[in-house]
Design a protein around this ligand. Structure first.
Ligand code: GTP
Ligand code: MN
Ligand code: MN
Length: 414
């Protein structure tokens, strides 16, 4: 017996960084639909549209209960005409024709498959689609020369498209800690990204590394990577200085410190028994050897890659017409791991910047710029009115500088 007078009207502040967004989402059908349209826009070089759909989805994620009618949404921020139409269609008919046709479209499916290859971005995928390459098999047959990242991405396609569980992230954290402590005893490792926000799974595992003595983090990344490589933990790695990646951030960049901020994109070889406390030796060399003598251990030359429905041999020197068979049991899996090294003076900014979510970060920067005349990056916070950098040694201090209530990581799931 609900009449119109009883309709619940929701009210949320307009920036995602002013809201508390937990993982408890009461509107997954609506947010999944809007996220799919956001993803499609992002994959199609329509960033503005993508952000609009992301913001609309984030507003719905913040609501305390399920939306039952569009009238409840009156006055909510970030819900544009397009998003409202999608929401209305779903609430009234159970589905959005636009979402369903996007999902079924050859273009969207191809973009998903191709950008599902590590090292392949929307631009490359787009180019391949114009050449009628829609599947991994077609990519393979096209004879395109793939770069090192893409080759690794193709080789480990299945593993990298399978969500990483928290337990796997913890196992990798143990390995990274061992590596870091081995090369620099005082250095510290922090799990960031989605897992710091409490997500049960992720597409990768993100770590931030620092040293409590300023300057001692210098050169740390290459030592950590060398250690991991020497122990057989890395299937792929590419280390970059982070300076130009963040060129959009304007003045919030202390130039002298920039060179120290390093990032490593890697693919980890996670052994089954890693981090399970199964009394395995202090070094993992034994495991690596075991993996190499296992029934299907020579993954590098004959791994069976599945892309969509088809299965194919990545580089079949011994391939021939061999029947493609399930990969069988391997004692390890490939996992994407991101490592970032930050000097302690920038640690709070790096931690805030690498914890996400991506939309929460974007909204923090928009808030800083539009509402506070400040520029925030994962290195620093610059106050344009006072023409000076604002120091912070904790995330709490950064929120305070920004005039925002502190939002803990578990409530940054916008
Ligand atoms: P999943 O990995 O999909 O579970 O989610 P996630 O939130 O961990 O996403 P991801 O690993 O892609 O990114 C984690 C955080 O790092 C997000 O807040 C991103 O905004 C941030 N991030 C990713 N790439 C960069 C970069 O190049 N520079 C900076 N400063 N931040 C980045
Ligand atoms: Mn992540
Ligand atoms: Mn990441």
């Amino acid at each position: 017996r609900t009449d119109e007078a009883e309709v619940v009207v929701f009210c949320v502040p307009s920036y995602a960084c002013q809201r508390r967004t937990t993982l408890e989402n009461h509107n997954t059908i609506l947010t999944d639909a809007l996220s799919l349209l956001a993803e499609n826009a992002e994959l199609s070089d329509q960033e503005g549209r993508g952000v609009a759909f992301r913001r609309a989805a984030a507003v719905l994620k913040a609501l305390p209960r399920a939306v039952t009618g569009v009238t409840q949404l009156r006055g909510l921020p970030c819900l544009g005409e397009h998003s409202l139409r999608v929401i209305k269609d779903i609430l009234e008919t159970g589905a959005s024709a636009e979402v369903e046709s996007t999902k079924q479209s050859e273009r969207y499916k191809a973009l998903k498959v191709l950008t599902g290859v590590f090292g392949v971005g929307p631009k490359t995928a787009e180019r391949w689609i114009r050449e009628r390459i829609h599947t991994l098999q077609q990519l393979q047959d096209s004879g395109h020369t793939l770069n090192r990242a893409q080759q690794a991405g193709l080789q480990h396609y299945d593993d990298l498209n399978q969500p990483v569980a928290k337990a796997e992230a913890d196992a990798i954290a143990e390995v990274v800690e061992r590596a870091v402590v081995s090369v620099s005893p005082g250095a510290q490792v922090t799990l960031t990204g989605g897992f710091r926000r409490g997500k049960p799974t992720g597409h990768d595992v993100d770590f931030l590394i620092t040293h409590p003595e300023e300057g001692r983090e210098d050169g740390l990344m290459s030592k950590v990577v060398s250690w991991l490589e020497s122990q057989g933990f890395l299937l792929y790695q590419k280390t970059t200085r982070n300076s130009y990646l963040e060129s959009k951030d304007g003045p919030a960049r202390p130039a002298s410190n920039m060179d120290r901020f390093e990032r490593c994109f890697s693919i980890f070889k996670l052994h089954e028994d890693e981090g399970r406390g199964t009394g395995h030796p202090g070094t993992p060399t034994g495991n690596t050897a075991a993996a190499n003598t296992g029934s299907l251990g020579d993954s590098d030359s004959r791994s069976q890659i599945r892309g969509g429905e088809q299965r194919l041999l990545v580089s079949g020197e011994d391939g021939g017409p061999e029947e493609t068979k399930p990969a069988g049991h391997r004692p390890w899996r490939a996992v994407r791991v991101d490592l970032v090294v930050s000097p302690i003076s920038q640690f709070a900014f790096a931690l805030l910047g690498w914890t996400g979510s991506k939309l929460f970060e974007r909204e923090l920067r928009r808030w800083a710029g539009h509402e506070k005349s400040m520029s925030l990056s994962s290195h620093a916070l610059y106050d344009n009115k006072q023409s000076r950098y604002l120091r912070a040694t904790s995330e709490q201090e950064i929120f305070a500088h920004l005039g925002l209530e502190f939002v803990p990581p578990s409530e940054r799931n916008a």
